[in-house]
Design a protein around this ligand. Sequence first.
Ligand SMILES: C[S@@+](CC[C@H](N)C(=O)[O-])C[C@H]1O[C@@H](n2cnc3c(N)ncnc32)[C@H](O)[C@@H]1O
Length: 296
Amino acid sequence: MRDDQAGAVPEPGSPTARAAAAGVHPRPGRVLPRNDPRQYDDLADQWWDPDGAFAMLHWLAEARAALVPPARRPGAVLVDLGCGAGLLAPRVAGRGYRHVGVDLVRSALVQAAAHGVRPVNADVGAVPLADGCADVVAAGEVLEHVPDWSRVVAEAARILRPGGLLVLDTLNATALSRLVAVRLAEHLPGVPRGIHDPRLFVDARALVRECGRHGISLRVRGVRPEAWGLVRWLVRRAVRRAARAGAGTRAAAGGPPVRTESGASVARADVVGDAPRIVPTWSAAVLYQGWGTKER
Ligand SMILES: C[S@@+](CC[C@H](N)C(=O)[O-])C[C@H]1O[C@@H](n2cnc3c(N)ncnc32)[C@H](O)[C@@H]1O
């Protein structure tokens, strides 16, 4: 059995032991290197838990969706690169798009499909979709997970039709970003360890230049969770967790269901609950959004 397989105990000094020392997801019995996509399998039950490891992805999906206008034509297509479990789906439901999601991880795609996303199991660096098929391409929190983000930009530009819109958010390649998003964040309760490899973070200026080379004039702005909303959410989450532990059960997800373009009904407790808002901030040095139209 390889030392990165479930149940293996890493030998001292082995690659896995070194990965563990570098910071890994703490699933008992399985140790994975940073940014290994199999971490999303281990965390599969967390995607739709608004208090879970991916809570912030819900807040970011809400902010990303705010950049997506209603479809301008019947049959419009939104391609969601690195869609994960489809957290964007309830937020763009009703805007007139067929929502296609591309992801490497099957366990995430199964959940995305259950939320109305048409799943495509592929690498975002080689998207098996036709040139010019997309009215909108979303790339939420995925560019910082790929070995060559410029390939993903090229693919996004290729599948966008002229006049189509690219919306994205990612982590900047700065010392501050590495400090905040990795060194500090990974010590907070509930934040998965090893999900990011800081060497893959995306320089905002280089991203703008690369988009420009592909005819997309990308605007960027720094974003962050609104401070008081974050504090309120952390306190309430602690209370909910204590209550869950006391009751020995998970809190039920509430909120009205939303019907997607494909007719799937999805709960959106996370959308209507006490999630912190993502707000613009003066610096793009850590987390930033980008949006731009493909001109040619
Ligand atoms: C941080 S999650 C973001 C998911 C989703 N965009 C969201 O915001 O909820 C990153 C996602 O990118 C996917 N991913 C990472 N590298 C990929 C690749 N090369 N091709 C396709 N998907 C990839 C992962 O499987 C994961 O679902």
